[in-house]
Design a binder for this molecule. Sequence first.
Ligand SMILES: Nc1ncnc2c1ncn2[C@@H]1O[C@H](COP(=O)(O)OP(=O)(O)O)[C@@H](O)[C@H]1O
Ligand SMILES: C=C(OP(=O)(O)O)C(=O)O
Ligand SMILES: [K+]
Ligand SMILES: [Mg+2]
Length: 561
Amino acid sequence: MSRSFRCSISLSPLHSNEFPRIPVTKPRIHVPVPKPMTVALSKVVSPLRVAAPGVMIEAAGLEVDRVTEAELKENGFRSTRKTKIVCTIGPRTCEFEEIEALAVGGMNVARVNMCHGTREWHRDVIRRVRQLNEEKGFAVAVMMDTEGSEIHMDDLNDVESTKAEDGQIWTFTVRAFDQPSRPERTITVNYDGFAEDVKVGDELLVDGGMVTFVVIEKIGPDVICRCTDPGLLLPRANLTFWRNGSLVRERNAMLPTISSKDWLDIDFGIEEGVDFIAVSFVKSAEVIKTLKSYIIDRSPGSQIGIIAKIESIDSLKNLEEIIQVSDGTMVARGDLGAQIPLEQVPLIQHEVIQLCRQLNKPVIVASQLLESMIEYPIPTRAEVADVSEAVGQQADALMLSSESAMGQYPEKALAVLRSVSLRIEKCRREEKHWDVTDLRIVSSSKLDEISEEICNTTSRMANKLKADAIFVYTKTGQTASLLSRNRPDCPIFAFAPSTSIQRCLNLKWGLIPFRLDFSDDMESNLNRTFSLLKARAMIKSGDLIIVVSDVMQSIQAIKVP
Ligand SMILES: Nc1ncnc2c1ncn2[C@@H]1O[C@H](COP(=O)(O)OP(=O)(O)O)[C@@H](O)[C@H]1O
Ligand SMILES: C=C(OP(=O)(O)O)C(=O)O
Ligand SMILES: [K+]
Ligand SMILES: [Mg+2]
């Protein structure tokens, strides 16, 4: 499954102190198109008459993320980053200026993890992101990640971390303590059935093996353990226990995917208008369906996208069903790696990415991409190789966790994701991978199937003609998504009528989402878009654009007049 890239070498620095700049590409070559062409399947449109260059058309505005706009202008269409970036916001990045720095650095989605912090803390973060979008012209989406019913340690009474030494005896208990009375080397566990489920001789793994204990005695609610692999215990660290080399899933396997606390957090997320809810420890498609109907009920017309986190053994058994019903998937390698042998994680990542692309769902690769950058200003070579692999596999998005939440170099970590993405994407374009993928049909109706074929053809056509961009006018985002699924060489400008769709499209590979009011009259839509984009120097005369829309089943190839 590993892939080698043949690519031209350019020597722009990977880890300069500056926010890395995309290398300026050669002037673009235009394939001359004598006059606008229309390949109309259901309705014939007249050839376009576009307003003379420089003529401003009075029209409602066009909103695009400020950073993307700057990238497009500075580096040209083709060099615009296709792989999206999710950053977890934590204590290190929660202030307004810190979030702004991430937005400037290319963060497409801000993630808050309900496992940590209070609702008030998360509310402030979400509102700051919204305020930044409004005041400074970003289009950063917000993702709320549920805590889920995992077994984890308590908050360590606000201590940042505590060290467990080899051979030390520690007590894991389900008893709760008031702060002053908590005995030394005692950890409270959040799962009531813990002491009953574990057996003497079981191995207890903290964070998938960062620290390991063996159970030596059970006394009522207390489980006495000896440390066998020493290390740092971090607040709320995940716990798994293993017996004879296998993960023990007793009653804890029956815990609900969405706990009562999660439901309250979900209500909070709906109220705050988050764009995505990521569901932790998904086991089956049912829970996603239940959550979706709950959201529709609570907030009719809601655009909240549900992201299924693939991080448990059960999710692997029902992978295709889960992906089908979700609006996206996350390969949550942190917990996944604590539940299955580590050497299987890259294989699962590859499988999930492929499946998501086939099923037309966005996929995020998460956890430990640049783990060493929590402490160091540059990544390890192995981390760069891991990020390259995920970008080469054409995942929709990469995610930073601790690196941005509590690490020392959040902006530098983000810059590394950006520069590696750009470099590997360039290699793939040069390799012309586009003509090999066979995508299965995902539509259930003939009409949708036509749209799907149009999108596949459009992408192929854009690649062959070396088009500068694909324009898609999309009311629901579906057509834009079908184009993104093809991973074409040029960027896809997706025009959507609402800010919420614009933000949701932010998670998809290669899509540059714009908010634009458009009508069913494609000719006037195009006239307006061309003049608005030209006025902002985002396109110029002679650029070759391939146009599709939800409105009309047709493909047009147009040279910007
Ligand atoms: N809202 C928050 N408040 C405090 N700490 C946080 C917050 N969000 C994230 N963190 C810190 O960042 C680390 C990485 O975040 P994440 O990967 O989302 O969580 P986890 O490590 O629990 O899977 C957490 O372990 C925690 O130390
Ligand atoms: C992304 C993950 O989930 P969380 O950080 O919420 O544990 C993971 O386990 O990899
Ligand atoms: K979580
Ligand atoms: Mg997890």
